[in-house]
Design a protein around this ligand. Sequence first.
Ligand code: ZN
Length: 222
Amino acid sequence: MNEIKIDKIIRSKRKTIALVVSADATLVVRAPMIATLEYIKNLVFKERFWINEKKKQVLKNGGPAKNKEFMNGEGFLYLGEIYKLKIENCEAVKLSDYLYFPQKYLNNAPVKMIGWYKQKALEKITERVHRYSQITGWKFKSISITNAERRWGSCGPSGSINFSWKLIMAPLNVIDYVVVHELAHITEKNHSVSFWNKVKTVLPDYKSRQRWLKDNRINLKI
Ligand SMILES: [Zn+2]
């Protein structure tokens, strides 16, 4: 029997088993507490063709995330899409069919690129926060973009909400999830049942958006 390596088993209160091939082509199994290892292994064996196919796909799409190189053709994420870098003799970073990057920035490239991402994050996230604030009636005080490494968003005591610039690399529906999550924190500080119910009334499918963030975390970087 051709065994497939299980890289990680995450147990929780969930009722069903989910097999996830992560962005770094590892196999993560999400399983209920009571599922036996034998049961999980059997399921993985049964799904081996799907898993291998998925792994191949992930590797074809660039494989594990590495640090970005600032050269023509390197892929950069923006709103969930990969754009190829094109270095040109231009004045500022510009996005259209390619991500155009000024030659003059090359000696300080990561800082300049993060600056561009931050500006885009502020524009887009501000727009989404206003939109969801209007839909829900949940009031906020201010929005800021941070360098946070581990948290996608946070909520201050007086209704100020903060978002990591890295979020702008995620698809819009994932950004919206973090926006709604932080807006809900303005009145519900903890991750209580009523907090999650609040999120759910606005985004009934929030769990799949949340899962996307978990599974793709390592790709949201430069
Ligand atoms: Zn939270």
